[in-house]
Design a protein around this ligand. Structure first.
Ligand SMILES: Nc1ncnc2c1ncn2[C@@H]1O[C@H](COP(=O)(O)OP(=O)(O)OP(=O)(O)O)[C@@H](O)[C@H]1O
Ligand SMILES: [Mg+2]
Length: 246
């Protein structure tokens, strides 16, 4: 079966630093693939190369068997890719509903903008669905600035889903969250994998083990290991480089 996402020999250097060095891996459709590795391993840079924020010096990115190397973020979004950022990407002075409305507007044809009254497009239905599903019913009209950190991070995931992507990329979605929010977010991510292919960067190793179908380990820009969570955890090279013992 053609993987939902595949990279082959993906590389980029910043000055003399090989931030991502010949990384090849694939993500199976409707599975959760998690990229792990120590700080500075190249995980976010790998995400930037895949999602079009950076152009690779060499290597290819394939979406559903189609070569999309060098496509910009907008073209990739049109091809079904959505990503969240390690740093939050919300409009703080707008409400929850308004934020979701902006993210969902790609679902409606542009013509609807000229006949706003009496037309209820797919975007409005999608916003309602996401508010319900992500537990924002009571806070739909609150400003994003007034939400807790955990709620803001959860809203970011909802924003990514608003365009109905095929592939969802989440860079440390539970960063800075309380234990309870982390558990809730993990449950949400697990529930999403029935409809999208999830590509995750996550530091919480317990979460990685319980959530992932497949784990890719990066170290100093290179892919060190990959496999099922238990397989990767028992890999001596991973133990040495990542868990700090071996
Ligand atoms: N735009 C850039 N210019 C120069 N160096 C960069 C740039 N982006 C990243 N780097 C460097 O590339 C390396 C990989 O960084 P990256 O952010 O991909 O790591 P990471 O695995 O996501 O780390 P973390 O777990 O801390 O988020 C680091 O040494 C970083 O300093
Ligand atoms: Mg990072």
């Amino acid at each position: 079966m053609t993987p939902a996402l595949e990279t082959r020999g993906l590389s980029i250097a910043f000055g003399g630093l090989k931030a991502v060095d010949a990384v090849s891996f694939s993500a199976t459709r409707n599975k959760i693939t998690t990229v792990i590795g120590p700080n500075g391993a190249g995980k976010t840079t790998l995400f930037n190369l895949i999602s079009g924020g950076l152009r690779p010096a060499s290597g290819t990115v394939m979406l559903d068997g189609r070569n999309v190397t060098g496509f910009g973020p907008a073209a990739l979004q049109g091809s079904g890719l959505a990503r969240s950022f390690q740093i939050t990407n919300l409009f703080f002075e707008l409400t929850v509903r308004e934020n979701l409305g902006l993210a969902a507007q790609t679902l409606d044809p542009v013509i609807n903008a000229f006949f706003p009254v009496g037309r209820r497009g797919r975007a409005a239905d999608k916003v309602d669905e996401l508010i319900e599903r992500f537990g924002f019913a009571a806070k739909a009209h609150e400003l994003v600035a007034a939400l807790s950190h955990g709620e803001q991070r959860r809203l970011e995931i909802a924003m990514c889903l608003a365009s109905e992507p095929q592939i969802l990329m989440l860079d440390e979605p539970t960063q800075g969250m309380s234990h309870g929010d982390t558990e809730e977010t993990a449950r949400l991510i697990r529930s999403l994998s029935t409809e999208v292919t999830v590509l995750l960067i996550e530091h919480d190793i317990g979460l990685v083990m319980s959530l992932s179908d497949h784990v890719v380990v990066m170290h100093q820009g290179r892919k060190l290991s990959e496999g099922a969570p238990a397989e990767v955890r028992s890999d001596p090279a991973v133990q040495a480089a990542y868990f700090g013992h071996g």
